[in-house]
Write a protein that binds this ligand. Structure first.
Ligand code: ZN
Length: 492
């Protein structure tokens, strides 16, 4: 298959180092808060890539890490007066809940940074031995000497001059060069620390991914991936320190997906313009969210809005409707086993339409074969929906017609599986989809607003008001449930 490689800036043939096997490392979350929908885009994309590679017969090992020690975690712990490892454990659990609710199975290996400190120290030791790492002062931070690594900037396509212009030394840092980045941070008295040859400290962010990816997938990865926002500095630094330590290429393919945006602006915690996965799943079924996330090219930005989600919902109704009808028909008139004869052309279809039906799987595979074009692959499923609807206009009990429907039904399931779609019972799914959001007694935004008012009332100990909001909603058939992550609502 052809896959776009950020490193070479072109599509290349994906040839694994060991025939039949692919190692994929995708950077995971920093566990300091609930995840927003941008994180879901990453997991949904990489999971579909894994499904596709498996359909192609590859034995895939998918590794996705947790950053469970980081400045953001320490800051959050301080704000809450909680232990840092409690914060990390809480938000790893929250992410795992989100993935389960979204219908995304775990990666094969989900390593945590704090469980791989010896591997990180070993890389830093090798870097120091080769002159790539230095300590600023006894007991101080350890840095990577960027100018000593000739390829620095090759991943993000920047020259040292470009980078120099943007670099600044923070007051507290004692680097030789503004471009150098930290490998090991000396700990301050109240911070968690691990022993090391350079004194007690904790890892820098980049070194953990080098250590965990190489531990599980070897010194040269087949594919390293993440969001486009990780390309620099995170991936550039990972690449530099790994190649400097091993002398081997770090990753054959660098795969970066585009970011989720709101009004064309990146969805992020720091900009404050985000929706958590939990908030979105309170309003839309998981499959609608997954369809929304893959119904465009993975390298393009994707703009989030309720309207776009509602559109995905309509699209899912269109996909499941013929499936439900075919199942009804086949229950009444069971199809003979096996596909219809090669030369069979149903009366309602032209020969050109019959040809489209026959080449459905081939076109679908071709779309994914060309840089994982999920939007195009989905487009072919919608083409199949059009053809299925034509077939269903004139139902018949003729054996060849029934065999064709059964074959088409099986293809919807098989191809849907590659995209992690269409695996639910069609009749049940259509009932769920049609309930939301059109048949809700009040719009979801108003429910959310009332939940916010209730939270405010509870904060002010105005229990009577909080209780009234809950009861009013219940009368309209909306049940509230308070969870550790906040209040969610359900239709009674
Ligand atoms: Zn990483």
């Amino acid at each position: 298959m052809q896959l776009y490689n950020t490193l070479t800036r072109r599509k290349e043939l994906l040839e694994p180092q060991t025939p039949g096997r692919i190692g994929l490392y995708a950077c995971g979350i920093t566990a300091y808060d609930d995840c927003h929908l941008g994180h879901a885009r990453s997991s949904v994309f990489f999971e579909v890539l894994v499904r596709w590679l498996r359909r192609r017969g590859f034995d895939v090992t998918w590794v996705r890490n947790y950053t469970d020690i980081d400045d953001k975690i320490l800051t959050r712990a301080k704000q809450e007066g909680a232990a840092w490892d409690e914060i990390a454990a809480r938000y790893i659990a929250s992410f795992q809940e989100d993935m389960a609710a979204l219908g995304i199975p775990p990666a094969q290996i989900e390593p945590k940074a704090t469980e791989h400190i010896p591997e990180m120290l070993e890389i830093i030791r090798r870097l120091e031995e080769k002159g790539f790492a230095y300590q600023s002062e006894p007991g101080g931070d350890v840095y990577f000497r960027v100018r000593r690594f000739p390829g620095y900037g090759k991943l993000s396509g920047q020259s040292l001059e470009d980078l120099e212009a943007g670099a600044r030394i923070e007051v507290a840092e004692a680097k030789e060069d503004p471009l150098d980045f930290v490998l090991w941070k000396a700990s301050k008295p109240d911070e968690p620390a691990w022993p090391s040859p350079w004194g007690p400290g904790r890892p820098g962010w980049h070194i953990e991914c080098s250590a965990m990816s190489m531990k599980y997938l070897g010194e040269t990865l087949d594919i390293h991936g993440g969001g486009l926002d990780l390309m620099f500095p995170h991936h550039e630094n990972e690449l530099a320190q790994s190649e400097a330590a091993t002398g081997k290429p770090f990753a054959r393919f660098w795969v970066h997906h585009g970011l989720l945006t709101i009004n064309q602006e990146k969805m992020s915690k720091s900009l404050g313009n985000f929706f958590t996965i939990k908030e979105v799943l309170a309003k839309f079924p998981a499959e609608v969210v997954r369809l929304f996330l893959i119904n465009n090219h993975y390298r393009s930005p994707l703009d989030f809005s309720d309207a776009a989600l509602a559109e995905a919902e309509t699209a899912l109704v269109r996909l499941y409707t013929p499936l439900a009808k075919i199942e009804d028909l086949l229950r009444a008139h069971p199809a003979p086993g096996g596909p219809p004869p090669e030369d069979f052309t149903p009366a309602v279809l032209t020969s050109e339409e019959t040809a489209r039906l026959k080449t459905l799987a081939a076109r679908f595979d071709e779309a994914l074969e060309d840089d994982v074009n999920t939007a195009l692959a989905l487009g072919y499923l919608f083409d199949a929906v059009r053809l299925a609807n034509r077939l269903l206009e004139n139902p018949s009990a003729e054996p060849n017609y029934l065999a064709l429907l059964a074959h088409l039904h099986q293809q919807f399931l098989e191809l849907g599986h590659v995209l992690n779609l269409l695996q639910s019972d069609p009749a049940d799914m259509l009932t769920t989809l049609r309930q939301k959001p059109a048949e809700l007694p009040i719009p979801p935004e108003e429910i959310e607003a009332l939940i916010a008012q209730r939270a405010e009332a509870r904060k002010n100990k105005d229990w009577a008001r909080a209780d009234k909001i809950r009861k009013d909603l219940l009368e309209m058939g909306i049940m509230l449930e308070d969870t550790p992550q906040g209040t969610i609502w359900k239709v009674k």
